[in-house]
Design a binder for this molecule. Sequence first.
Ligand code: ZN
Length: 209
Amino acid sequence: MTAATAAIGARPDPSSPVLLARPLDLERATSAVADLLDALGLDRRTDGLADTPARVARMFGELLTPEPFEATTFPNDAGYDELVLVSDIPFTSLCEHHLLPFRGTAHVGYLPGERIVGLSKLARLVESFARRPQVQERMTAQIADWLRDHLEPRGVGVVLEAEHLCMSIRGVRADGARTVTSTLYGLLRDRPAARQEFLELARPSRGRS
Ligand code: ZN
């Protein structure tokens, strides 16, 4: 069995225009948050706010730093050809328009072709694409594109359902509203029975009986 390995998060990925452009500078981020608090008219001398700039800088660092991992793929020697689906993978990402979190679950599936990948790697893949400034539509497509490009599967299906804090706590205040996005390729898009099976298994949890 020959294994192929692709490092995710270890170096900029050309399909990901919004990955960190330079190394995280915690000191600079801390002083920028301090400036922001000042500009917002807050009094940083209070006990509660004194360490907030450093805490906020570390928090953003964490939310924007995926753990690098090796997504090893293997030849599909056993010829498994049924749907592989991992559903309800929890994720938290950061809306790039407001820098507020959006959180939810991902359902990631593929119809194996030439190669397969460890199931736990599908969850790591979601985490990796979540830890950067995102929009949900692009994140959905990035996960699907990665599977299409690295596994050469007969079909790919990715469904994301998430609540966006920028929608629920400000603006329209649509508390509890969930956004569902999907990207389907190959047979999971074009063959009605396969598409239906996937969408049945990957449908948003609230619609599930
Ligand atoms: Zn937003």
